[in-house]
Design a protein around this ligand. Structure first.
Ligand code: XIL
Length: 348
C-alpha cells in the first residue's frame, strides 16, 4: 500500500469516527416530523396546557424523543425524578440533578413544570417506612421544605399528596395515614404553601374518575380541606384508562370538585391495550383518547398531561403483563390513530 493510500484510508476512518461521535453526542437521528399542528399549539387556543410525563435519562440521550417533547407539549412532568425515593434516597442527602436536567430542557422549550410528587405511599425510600410517628412527622416537613424550596420558582404546580384514598373508599393505609392520621394531608399542603407561596397545590388521585365510593371519599376529604382553609388549589385525575373507556359520570364527577372552587387537571392519561393490539383496538383507543380530551374541555380543565407519549417509553408495558401500546405514538415515534384523535378533539 502506498503512503498516500494509507493516509487516505486513515482520513476516511477518522472522519467516520468523528461523525459517529457527533451523531451519538447529539443523541441520534432527528425525529420524523409529525403531521398537522403541534398539540401544544392546538391546545393553546382553548387555554389548555398540554403535557407529557418525561424521563430525564431519555431526554438526555435521545434526540428525537427530546425534539418531540419540545414541539408537542407545553408542560412536562418528571415521571420519577422528583419522587421521594429518587430525590432523598438517604435521609438528608438530596439528589436533584436529573430533575434539574428536565427543568433546563423545559426552560429551553418554553414549557412549565408539574412537580410530581411530595407525599405518596409508593416509591418511598426504605428509611421513611422505618421511622416512628414523631420522626416521620419531622421527615415529612423536612422533605417538603427542602424539595419545594429547591425548585421554588421552577415548578408551577405540585402534586402535594398522591393517591390518598384506597379503591374501596377508605383512607389508604399508607405509612403517613397509619402513623400520623388523616391530618397529614392538610399538613402537607400547609407546608408546601409555606415553602413556595407561588406554586399551585394539587391533590392527585388514581381511579377516581367515576362517581363511586372512592371519588365520594375523595370529595369528602377535599371538601373538608376547603372548609378548613387548607391551601389546596386543584384536584388531578390521573385517568389511566383502557378500552372499557371512561365512566359516564366522569364529567359530572369533575364538576362537583370544580364547584368547590378548585382547578381540575387530567394528570396521567394513557389507554392501555392488550398486546398485540389489532387495528380495531387502535381505533377504539383513539375514541377513548378523544373522550379524555372532550371531558377535560367540558370542565374547562387547566391542564391535560399524558403519562408518556411513545409506546417505547411507557410504564404500562413495563409494569402490566400483557398490556402496552398505551400512548399516542408507537415505539418508532410514529403517530397512531390516538394522536390524530387528540388533534381533532383539540380542534385541529
Ligand atoms: C409510575 C412510573 O411511570 C413508573 O416509571 C414507575 O416505575 C412507577 O410509577 N400513578 C402515579 C405515577 O402517580 O407516579 C406512577 O408512575 C403511575 C401511577
Amino acid at each position: 500500500m502506498t503512503r498516500h493510500r494509507r493516509a487516505a484510508i486513515g482520513a476516511v476512518f477518522a472522519f467516520v469516527v468523528v461523525a459517529c461521535a457527533i451523531y451519538l453526542a447529539r443523541g441520534g437521528a432527528d425525529a420524523e416530523p409529525l403531521p398537522g399542528q403541534p398539540l401544544r399549539t392546538l391546545a393553546k387556543s382553548s387555554g389548555l396546557e398540554l403535557g407529557t410525563a418525561v424521563r430525564a435519562d431519555v431526554l438526555k440521550r435521545n434526540r428525537a424523543y427530546r425534539q418531540l417533547v419540545a414541539q408537542q407539549f407545553s408542560t412536562v412532568t418528571p415521571e420519577n425524578e422528583m419522587k421521594w425515593g429518587f430525590v432523598e434516597p438517604e435521609r438528608g442527602s438530596f439528589e436533584f440533578g436529573p430533575a434539574e436536567d428536565v427543568i433546563e430542557r423545559a426552560r429551553e422549550a418554553g414549557q412549565k413544570i408539574r412537580g410530581h410528587t411530595l407525599v405518596w405511599h409508593f416509591q418511598l425510600p426504605d428509611w421513611v417506612g422505618e421511622l416512628g410517628a414523631g420522626e416521620l412527622r419531622a421527615a415529612m416537613k423536612e422533605h417538603i421544605e427542602r424539595v419545594v424550596g429547591h425548585f421554588k420558582g421552577d415548578v408551577g404546580v405540585w402534586d402535594v399528596v398522591n393517591e390518598p384514598i384506597s379503591d374501596r373508599g377508605g383512607l389508604r393505609p399508607s405509612v403517613f395515614q397509619r402513623k400520623l392520621g388523616q391530618g397529614y394531608i392538610a399538613r402537607a399542603f400547609r407546608l408546601a404553601r409555606a415553602a413556595d407561596p407561588g406554586a399551585k397545590l394539587y391533590l392527585n388521585e388514581i381511579g377516581a374518575e367515576g362517581v363511586n365510593a372512592k371519588s365520594d371519599r375523595l370529595f369528602e376529604v377535599v371538601s373538608g380541606l376547603k372548609r378548613d382553609g387548607v391551601p389546596i388549589d386543584g384536584v388531578g385525575f390521573q385517568v389511566h384508562a383502557n378500552l372499557e373507556g371512561l365512566p359516564d359520570s366522569f364529567v359530572a364527577n369533575m364538576r362537583r370538585f370544580a364547584a368547590l372552587g378548585l382547578d381540575i387537571a387530567i394528570t396521567e392519561a394513557d389507554v392501555g391495550l392488550k398486546m398485540p393490539p389489532s387495528a380495531e383496538d387502535l381505533e377504539a383507543q383513539a375514541r377513548v383518547y378523544e373522550q379524555i380530551v372532550g371531558s377535560c374541555r367540558a370542565v374547562s380543565c387547566k391542564s391535560l398531561t399524558f403519562w408518556g407519549y411513545t409506546d417505547g417509553r411507557s410504564w404500562i408495558s413495563e409494569t402490566q403483563a400483557g398490556m402496552g401500546a398505551a400512548t399516542l405514538l408507537d415505539d418508532q415515534l410514529v403517530a397512531k390513530p390516538a394522536f390524530f384523535a387528540v388533534q381533532r378533539a383539540l380542534g385541529g
